[in-house]
Design a protein around this ligand. Structure first.
Ligand code: PBE
Length: 303
């Protein structure tokens, strides 16, 4: 609504400028430059308060970029962010969201772009890493072997998220199907490993679609090899705490080295890092491509 009022004012003021110039001059570029910061009310549409990207964005506002002083980070849920994004795009209105890949939305809206982050607050390419509790290897060497080998591609994860959204099926169900249809990939993780003895492996994960997909695929693969698996979705901070306390066995949901850096630092010595299970993830501030803005540096001090 703001945007429409602004456009109306813009049209009126252009007419006035043209009138003042006797109609023989074009408007200057300053007249048509949109102040996106004001348009979005100096507000970034964020997601859940407990997310890593929420903490990172608070750092960007409070420490990273002086001219973001006074900006707000709206925090509710991923679903609320997606709803606001959809409605902004439908009306070609400006919006700035906290965004990440892999995410099925980017498959549906390829015309989105990350704002450049010259201060490097959001980091570069991110991995999704596998962590296990100390002693997990000696307690469950066979499950450990499969979890250690678990590795897949951005496209695989996005395929599952996208399929679940298109079909309305639960991500777990789509992940189960993926395991049945991708026997070659699963064989790379399980070949030569002893069958499970039916003992239960406790995976801990986060509630986003990306990690529901990876936890779903890994548990289906483990179950196809004779293990029982329980998956508990919790906030990122709890993922790290429950591994360090030994309450959970493993996670494939750690976004490192940036997104979950603060959580990881607290428990670093009490968990075992098995490295990336997916490379090429990313987080940052994201805008629709129709916004003529490229960098966080282009945002302006709140008034
Ligand atoms: N995310 C998706 C999560 C991790 C997975 C980027 C929204 C976060 O903690 O920010």
């Amino acid at each position: 609504m703001n945007f429409k009022r602004y456009m109306l004012l813009l049209v009126i003021s252009s007419v006035l400028v043209l009138a003042a110039c006797g109609g023989d001059e074009e408007t200057t570029s300053d007249d048509t430059d949109i102040n996106y910061s004001e348009e979005v009310d100096y507000t970034i549409i964020g997601i859940e308060p407990g997310a890593g990207i929420t903490v990172t964005t608070e750092t960007a506002i409070e420490e990273g970029y002086d001219h973001l002083a006074g900006w707000e980070l709206e925090q509710a849920s991923t679903a609320a962010m997606v709803t606001e994004l959809e409605s902004a795009i439908a009306n070609e209105e400006p919006i700035i969201v906290t965004g990440w890949n892999p995410h099925w939305k980017f498959a549906q809206f390829p015309d989105m772009k990350y704002l450049d982050d010259p201060e490097g607050i959001y980091g570069d390419a991110e991995n999704i890493q596998t962590l296990v509790r100390n002693d997990f290897e000696s307690d469950h060497p066979d499950a450990y072997e499969i979890i250690d080998r678990f590795y897949w591609e951005v496209e695989d994860m996005e395929e599952i998220m996208y399929e679940a959204n298109e079909s309305g099926l639960d991500i777990d169900e789509v992940a189960q199907q993926w395991v049945e249809e991708n026997a070659d990939a699963v064989a790379e993780w399980t070949d030569g490993v002893n069958e499970g003895d039916g003992s239960t492996i406790e995976l801990v994960s986060t509630p986003w679609d990306s990690e529901r997909a990876s936890a779903g695929v890994l548990s289906a693969a483990l179950e196809s090899h004779g293990f029982d698996v329980e998956v508990t979705p919790v906030d990122p901070s709890i993922v790290f705490e429950s591994l360090s306390s030994g309450d959970a066995d493993a996670t494939v949901a750690a976004w490192l080295p940036f997104t979950h850096a603060d959580f990881y630092e607290n428990v670093q010595d009490d968990v075992v890092d098995l490295g990336p299970n997916l490379e090429g993830a990313k987080i940052g501030l994201v805008v629709p491509a129709y916004m003529d803005i490229d960098s966080i540096e282009d945002l302006e001090l709140a008034e």
